[in-house]
Ligand binder design. Structure first.
Ligand code: NDP
Length: 435
């Protein structure tokens, strides 16, 4: 804490991992050597820069840009860019730290990184968003490269923004190297990448449910968020026979007792992705749904909860409400949406609980598949990418079971994900010496 003052999110993420690792390292002393842990909590490099751009009124705006290059131990730095007013060094350091473990879990050769800006895309015109993206890349471009650092999207950064940034990177570097993932299909993007995080989260939850002889068929499911991850989590859960009863954003929750349909999801996607609207705008277009202003979805009685919005959106009180309502499984599509106390409450109550670094790894895994396709100058069919995604999620689940199985036969996905990710990164660090 003394070394990282004012960084509560980073300390939270590190604390959660360290609590899993202590007992493991005590039993496996080779990992206590060479200051492995001390090195792992120190990003290899932090880049912070000014982003100046001109808005539609001709006013000059100044934002802060960041790239945290956390670990290159098993491959180029890899992780998304977030554009949101809450972005600061603490948030990005927590995300880059978690990303390092998550990327290791995918088994693909990717290190960990994260970046972004405190720029708020809400209410900005498309031309302003483009100018901002170009200004951001005018500094970022010198720090990234296909074998150095490969950014992608995250909150506030979707296909449109990645396109603007990839275009500016080409212009500045005079290479067509694929240095972003999440690109459009017309210039090197992968099929299933937009769907991957949401689908992967549901695939992971399906594996968790199967450990108790259950499936999504007939289950009631709440989803928070309404962005990229949330939308495809809704789609896949519906496809597997679940009734999805909520989506949300920072203004409130839409409760739909009858459940989502394909038609309703298409309306939500149009409102969010084409009109850059709010869930309240969606609620006005769909009869029979209720808008709960300022509320999160966790008071709704469900079998499965999929938090897909942002960090710390589910606290201990929310967890207790979900538990009291009989929740069976909680799989995180977002990064660190549950507080440490909430996660502990789920595990103590015997709820199947998966931390984001395991259950949402399908997004970055498919980014890894996009990198492979780009390197081979090939484009795989959707079925092939989807099948690989499913296999990777099953593999991550198996790794969590291997390292997280308790004596009583239950599984701590927290311990499993943290230890499995750590072992891979730590072995790579040990092999490469003190650098
Ligand atoms: P989007 O920008 O597409 O959607 C973000 C959603 O979260 C929106 O509904 C947004 O609502 C809500 N949200 C954001 N900040 C807040 C906040 N402070 N309070 C309440 N709600 C908020 O982002 P993604 O869907 O890509 O990302 C969602 C989560 O998933 C993040 O935690 C991200 O790190 C994680 N993730 C994403 C991956 C990806 O491939 N995209 C991969 C792995 C993890 P509003 O519009 O009101 O802000």
């Amino acid at each position: 804490a003394q070394r990282n003052p004012g960084q509560p999110e980073f300390l939270q993420a590190v604390t959660e991992v360290m609590e899993s690792l202590w007992p493991f390292i005590e039993n496996n002393p080779k990992y206590a050597e060479h200051a492995l842990l001390e090195r792992l909590v120190e990003p290899e490099r932090i880049i912070q820069f000014r982003v100046s751009w001109t808005d539609d009124k001709g006013q000059v705006q100044v934002n802060r840009g960041f790239r945290i290059q956390h670990s290159m131990a098993i491959g180029p730095y890899k992780g998304g860019l977030r554009f949101h007013p809450s972005v600061n060094q603490s948030v990005l350091k927590f995300l880059a730290f978690e990303q390092t473990f998550k990327n290791a879990l995918t088994t693909l050769p990717m290190g960990g990184g994260k970046g972004g800006s405190d720029f708020d895309p809400k209410g900005k015109s498309p031309a302003e968003v483009m100018r901002f993206c170009q200004a951001f890349v005018s500094e970022l471009f010198r720090h990234v490269g296909p074998d150095t650092d490969v950014p992608a999207g995250d909150i506030g950064v979707g296909g449109r923004e990645v396109g603007y940034m990839a275009g500016m990177y080409k212009k500045l570097s005079n290479t067509a190297a694929s240095v972003f993932t999440g690109k459009g299909l017309a210039f090197g993007g992968s099929l299933i990448r937009p769907e991957a995080t949401g689908y992967g989260t549901v695939y992971f939850a399906q594996e968790m449910l199967a450990t108790r002889g259950q499936s999504f068929e007939g289950k009631t499911v709440s989803v928070s968020g309404s962005g990229n991850v949330a939308q495809y989590a809704v789609e896949k859960a519906m496809e597997l026979g679940a009734k999805v009863v909520s989506v949300s954003d920072s203004s409130g929750t839409v409760y739909d007792a009858a459940g989502f349909t394909t038609e309703k999801l298409a309306i939500l996607m149009d409102v969010k992705n084409n009109k850059y609207g709010r869930v309240n705008d969606y609620a006005k277009l769909v009869p029979g749904v209720e808008f709960l202003a300022g509320k999160r979805p966790w008071s709704i009685k469900v079998d499965v909860a999929l938090p897909c919005a942002t960090q710390n959106e589910l606290d201990e009180a929310d967890a207790k409400t979900l538990i009291a309502n009989g929740v069976l499984c909680v799989a995180e599509g977002a990064n660190m949406p549950s507080t440490i106390e909430a996660a502990k409450a789920f595990e103590a109550a015997g709820v199947l609980y998966a931390p984001g670094k395991a259950s949402n790894a399908g997004g970055v895994a498919t980014s890894g598949l996009e990198m492979s396709q780009n390197a081979a100058r090939l484009s795989w069919p959707a079925e092939e990418v989807d099948a690989r995604l499913l296999q990777i999620m099953k593999g991550i689940h198996a790794a969590c079971v291997k390292y997280g199985a308790r004596a009583d036969g239950t599984i701590s996905y927290i311990d499993g994900a943290n230890i499995a990710g750590f072992v891979k990164v730590a072995d790579a660090m040990l092999a490469q010496g003190v650098i």
